[in-house]
Design a protein around this ligand. Sequence first.
Ligand code: OSB
Ligand code: MG
Length: 370
Amino acid sequence: MKIEALKLREVRMALRYPFETSFGVTRERRILLVEAVSEGLSGWGEITAGEGPFFSPETTETAWHVVRDFIAPLVVGKHFAAAAELPPLLEKIRGHEMARAGVESALWDIEAQEKGIPLAMLLGGDREEIACGVSLGIQPSVKALLEKIEQELAAGYQRIKIKIKPGWDVEVARAVRERFPGIKLMVDANSAYRLEDTAHLKKLDDFYLMMIEQPLPWDDIYQHARLQAELQTPICLDEPIHNARQAQTAIELRACRIINIKLGRVGGHSEARKVHDLCQQTGIPVWCGGMLESGVGRAHNVALSTLPNFSLPGDVSASRRYWEEDIIEPEVEVSPEGTIRVPTGAGLGYRVRRDRIEKLTVRQETWRAR
Ligand code: OSB
Ligand code: MG
């Protein structure tokens, strides 16, 4: 492929329901969409950075800056035999994984279209459907949370993740367990605790959770190992895993027993596969995390989730849980069994709706090969 043009758009999409975590409330997403153009094909990627530097240091603005000033000049006008040739070219850019992932994703979409195969197949996936869970934000009351869980289970979702923070944790988990004794249940703290909270976190062991995701600081691995030694519940790491090397550190230190792979957080499909393969070889199950993606990012997550070691239900759920109207067609739907069917068309396998994107776009910039 020759990248003749790279187009970056910012779209604003209002969530149907506010999403509250220990680091804040999100009501509207400012999503960057990457469109790469090559020989009559358009490949699409999504940059999953947050509006503020609260999940990770990246933001919508930093990603725009990094794509415009550093990534686009390295990509536009270049020939690639495969999307996997991009990461070495971007290697000297430190951090900014989400910005890099959005561009790399667009190239993977082009490569799959060129070959006339689904992206899932190009990545090496072998599933026809993927298992889905939901991530439920902090709710105004326990009653409201129990009602939400009831709805999601009725819709078929296979596991429930609830966000926790100090003051919304042990008693909430207890109430959910009492009401739903048999469900697959887990919690995500998004770094709301410190190692000194170990005695408090140990109380969660009573509720036979599948895992506790990221209890300790966002950039920590070592203290999670100290905590894991004290907990029966498996720890799952999210925030501090940006590449296979960090995953190896976490596994060798026994800082976790499960890893959440997010395409943006690890810098793209190439690195996501490396983390996946390492975890597979070392007996660590993985699942695909979410960042409140639009249909474009969601389609990439569906494809990634088809790899064999994605053996636990992920945070990849139906478009309609987030948006009144998504930007792909058909929208991502979940079956009554709590699965998403992997599309069989070439590339992403969903049609990207330019009409809808145009309406949602607040700024755009295009860089063309000269
Ligand atoms: O920690 O997994 C997380 C959303 C935004 C930022 C971080 C996280 C999340 C989620 C939502 O849990 C997952 C989703 O439904 O997309
Ligand atoms: Mg998380």
